[in-house]
Design a protein around this ligand. Sequence first.
Ligand code: FAD
Ligand code: DLZ
Ligand code: SF4
Length: 509
Amino acid sequence: MTKTLILILGDQLTPELSSLQGVTPDKTVVLMAEVVGEASYVRHHKKKIAFLFSAMRHFAEELRLAGWQVDYVQLNDAGNCGSLAGELLRAAERHGAEQIRVTEPGEWRVLQGLQALDTALDIEILPDDRFIASHAEFNSWAEGRKALRMEYFYREMRRKTGLLMDGEQPEGGQWNFDHDNRKAAARDLLMPRPLRFAPDAITREVIDLVEARFADHFGTLEPFWFATTRADAEAAFAHFLKTALPHFGDYQDAMLAGEKFLYHAVVSLYLNCGLLDPLEMCRAVEAEYREGRAPLNAAEGFIRQIIGWREYVRGIYWREGPDYVHRNALNATRPLPAFYWSADTKMACIRACVEQTRDEAYAHHIQRLMVTGNFALLAGVDPYELHEWYLAVYADAFEWVEAPNTVGMSQFADGGLLASKPYVASGAYIDRMSDYCGSCSYNVKAKAGRKACPFNYLYWDFIARHHDRLKGNPRMAQMVRNYDRFSDERKREIAADAADFLASLVGSA
Ligand code: FAD
Ligand code: DLZ
Ligand code: SF4
């Protein structure tokens, strides 16, 4: 009789996973389940569901080839009860399993669901050691600090991993080369593109399934070109190293209409579901630098995103607890505008970002932070609604990484725990970093009136609405003083333009 059942979740597609260690295939069954509850608790983008289901099916094959007995429940299988908990209970009964092992999930909701089953099943929850810092390490770093700034945590991770270190000192004498990384990009026919993969039979079957079962979810399903196996994800990353890494740093903050990927790696979806390993990636990036194929600002910039930002937001998510996603320090209550789903807006920047999100389940960081995030913050959109949007629409979105980026970094809804200032900007920033404004119905140079770029007056209206909180923030105080110097008439004009524009927004159903 089989004694142990190992539950592997959709973002745990790693052969070295902790739940697979220390047990032998002959005494265990691995359970993987496609369930409607996980696909729909936020209505995930069709491409994201197809990507995960296909990657799960390919991973199950990989495990079988390695000798594991895998019980894989497909979405349409008879009796599939639609929830992870339900499928776990059914499988425990089916296999007469006395013990369940699972690596810690990436979301409080799923963790609490498993903990709730503890009365019915003997469940062992193991740490997820696919990260560089354990929860204990992050918490001991955070303990007693007044501010939890990523930069200091990142330095610890550089020391711990030895990445880009020259003895005790950072390579090149500086920890961070971000000031070199703010160039606007120019259109270039030789711009790299992410490696694309033709769907195989497994992926084709999943695409048909998703089209049939999730037709009313957001997003375009085809063309579908994501990697769905470890080998293909590795090839996609190797292609990035060769074609885009050298300029990764320079153009990290740039945006161009029609250039959806620029010099970004487009690997977060592979990394977050376990097809790629963060430390291996960073070592490969360091090797590119050491062998003279990539400059230091590019290598350092990339490594910082992975061992700095990615690890740091995870630490914050687990340290802050399940209520973190509900924080709303700025009391923002506006419903999410309908154009976040439809792209039906005259604002060219938002339209471009939402259209590419719909088509690719991808937008790069500055699009997320300084276009869709910035607009929501300026307009006072409810951060929880926005959080659900980001969680649903991006193929790389799992709550541990999405929520701190949205609630904390982008919306300042945690009151400044994560970001030292709200990431707000007027149209001038978007104009400087992109070419969106040239084709926009609004005029980015105009400050007031119906033709003026909405980001311009919404920016000052935001400063006015949060005047007292922001004047005490050293990084915002100058802007508050600038606002204070406006004439009363100018202040009334800002408030009136903002009120008119905000009143015209239609919330999503
Ligand atoms: P690159 O620009 O090529 O960067 C390389 C890698 O660094 C990424 O693959 C990613 O693993 C890591 N990285 C970069 N920035 C961050 C960051 N801020 N936090 C964590 N990791 C980072 N990232 C996610 O992986 N999942 C999310 O759900 C997610 N939601 C976000 C929501 C908002 C509002 C914002 C502002 C950012 C969000 N990010 C999220 C961070 C970032 O936008 C994406 O990691 C990045 O766009 C992924 O594309 P890429 O692989 O081309 O990244
Ligand atoms: C996001 C997602 C989706 C769409 N579907 C499944 C699924 O069918 N089965 C599964 O095990 N996981 C899925 N996931 C991921 C989960 O929602 C959740 O993010 C992870 O379990 C957290 O570790
Ligand atoms: Fe966006 Fe304003 Fe530029 Fe239009 S003018 S693209 S709304 S920043």
